[in-house]
Write a protein of this length. Structure first.
Length: 267
């Protein structure tokens, strides 16, 4: 693979959920070629950052405020350097990148976004779960419970839960009693399957399977208060894998689509 030549601009790179091999090929190539690497050291694997080129300036952003980070990136780009701003997961989801892009744009500094693997999908992989199961649920809502940081009133959890689809809850590990109350108020059964994956794809990944009624107890018993994805809904039922129902039409031999003519079945 030829060495990548980067332009003097900011590359906002999704590093993936934790496993350093879950960065995209493009994201890794940019990390390896960047003159400056500014990364979220509280969440991004040090093993991944170690893949930066030896001459790169590597800086941690956890102790910086917004102005410090952006001023640093602007200064480096204006000096003719390329900057890899490395975020955990995918930067589009709870990545706080809008405020960074706004200031970069005001400074007339070019930027590019490289998507990454979100923790919701690493969690689903760890659980060996399909989050959109035919004839059970075809919708996945990515959201968070309202806590110290509020959510818009129309996006309160109880309102979203009324759809009874799969829910993926970010940043909600300390709000499990609220999650339980709002989902039950929306008509969710106490025995609805729930799965919690802490530090998905990291070496110390922890998986907890429980029910809605037991969620708070399960979180407390396992000492989970951060870095966890909560997935809820009947798509999380671990017995689905042993059932013959809920098959997709895509591979049904009687179903005709663009690439295959279905074969009629006779009962």
């Amino acid at each position: 693979m030829t060495e990548l030549t980067l332009q003097p601009k900011v590359y906002i790179v999704g590093a993936g959920p934790g496993d350093p091999d879950l960065i995209t090929v493009k994201g890794l190539r940019i990390l390896q070629a960047a003159d400056v690497v500014l990364y979220t050291d509280s969440l991004v694997s040090e093993d991944l950052i170690a893949r930066a080129k030896p001459s790169a300036e590597v800086l941690k952003s956890a102790g910086m405020d917004l102005d410090e980070m952006v001023e640093l990136m602007i200064a480096r780009v204006q000096a003719g350097q390329s900057v890899a701003r490395v975020h955990t997961g995918d930067p589009a989801v709870y990545g706080a990148i809008l405020e960074q892009m706004s200031l970069l744009k005001k400074a007339d500094v070019a930027f590019e976004i490289i998507p990454g693997v979100s923790s919701v999908f690493a969690a689903a992989a760890a659980l060996q779960a399909e989050l959109t199961v035919p004839e059970l649920t075809q919708t996945l809502i990515l959201t968070r419970a309202s806590g110290r940081t509020p959510v818009p009133e129309r996006e309160e959890l109880q309102s979203l839960a009324s759809h009874h689809c799969t829910l993926a809850l970010y940043l909600s590990s300390t709000l499990t009693k609220k999650v339980m109350r709002e989902l039950m108020d929306a008509g969710w059964s106490p025995d609805t399957p729930v799965a919690v994956v802490q530090r998905a794809s990291w070496p110390d990944q922890l998986i907890v399977r429980t029910t809605l009624a037991q969620l708070d107890d399960a979180m407390r018993e396992n000492g989970i208060r951060s870095h966890a994805m909560i997935l809820a809904g009947w798509a999380l039922d671990p017995t689905l894998i042993d059932q013959d129902g809920h098959r997709s039409k895509l591979y049904d031999k009687s179903f005709t689509h663009r690439f295959r003519k279905g074969v009629p079945t006779h009962e």
